[in-house]
Design a protein around this ligand. Structure first.
Ligand SMILES: [Cu+2]
Length: 258
């Protein structure tokens, strides 16, 4: 059976011994990630996010409370910066307009990588598609969706630079997005509609952690621990192996659109 591992094609080996070779079929970002949402802009918002990745497929849940009720809240994976969040308060309000804007927060969490819409496109271009973001009925938001994420976002998860951000904060307590300060992202929208309300770095959750060495020992290792791990993640790995061919095509498409 060891010889099977020496076959040049991982897919061939995976087909013959799906459980034993599961470790090699896992992409390096596969697993579960969690974010604890902390308030930005003194929003008082709190919540959690959970993301399960298998290849390019992401199952995303977001639960948050303390949001402006009855209004849509843009929510994204931000990528490409430090993988951190601005502190609550106005320490990062560089231009003194009373808000930590998306632009002022970008040095921490980066640009939009994925728009967590309720339907349709999930790319950065949908970042302000307010009619396709969840509405916080009663001030609470509950979101779940499974969709494909692009390669740059997959890499951000692997590097620990993916951040969950929920936007929209009723800074003046009027009960609506309004006020004199307009968004730096879209002059037709109040700053209240686009400023970050809550933010949390997405980190590998304990449930999804591979045993030490499990991800890169590759061909030789069939120790008890790794074997057990391979069985535990067998379903995810199988999905990844089946999807591998299609992923390459979708990645090319995504790159073309970027
Ligand atoms: Cu955002």
């Amino acid at each position: 059976m060891r010889k099977a591992f020496a076959l040049p094609t991982v897919a061939l080996a995976a087909a013959a011994f799906p459980l034993l070779t599961a470790g090699t079929a896992l992409a390096d970002h596969d697993g579960s990630y969690q974010a604890t949402l902390s308030a930005v802009n003194e929003s008082g918002v709190s919540g959690t996010g959970v993301v399960t990745l298998a290849g390019d497929q992401a199952t995303v849940t977001v639960n948050a409370s303390g949001l402006l009720a009855g209004s849509p809240h843009a929510q994204h994976f931000h990528i490409g910066a430090q993988g951190t969040c601005p502190a609550d308060g106005l320490a990062d309000d560089a231009d003194g307009d009373g808000f930590v804007s998306v632009t002022e927060a970008a040095k921490y969490y980066g640009a939009i990588g994925t728009s967590l819409t309720t339907e349709g496109d999930t790319g950065p271009d949908s970042g302000l598609a307010v009619d396709r973001f969840p509405t916080a009925e009663g001030g609470s938001l509950s979101y779940e969706r499974t969709f494909a994420i692009t390669e740059d976002v997959q890499e951000a998860f692997a590097k620990g630079t993916a951040v969950l951000v929920v936007h929209g904060v009723d800074k003046d307590g009027s009960g609506a997005y309004d006020g004199d300060v307009m968004s730096e992202l879209d002059e037709s929208l109040p700053m209240e509609a686009t400023a970050p309300a809550a933010c949390g770095p997405l980190t590998v959750s304990q449930m999804g952690t591979m045993p030490a060495g499990g991800a890169d020992t590759g061909a030789g290792a069939t120790s008890g621990v790794e074997h057990q791990a391979a069985i535990g993640v067998g379903a995810l790995a199988a999905a990844g192996a089946v999807a591998a061919g299609a992923v390459a095509y979708r990645r090319r498409q995504a790159t073309d659109q970027a």
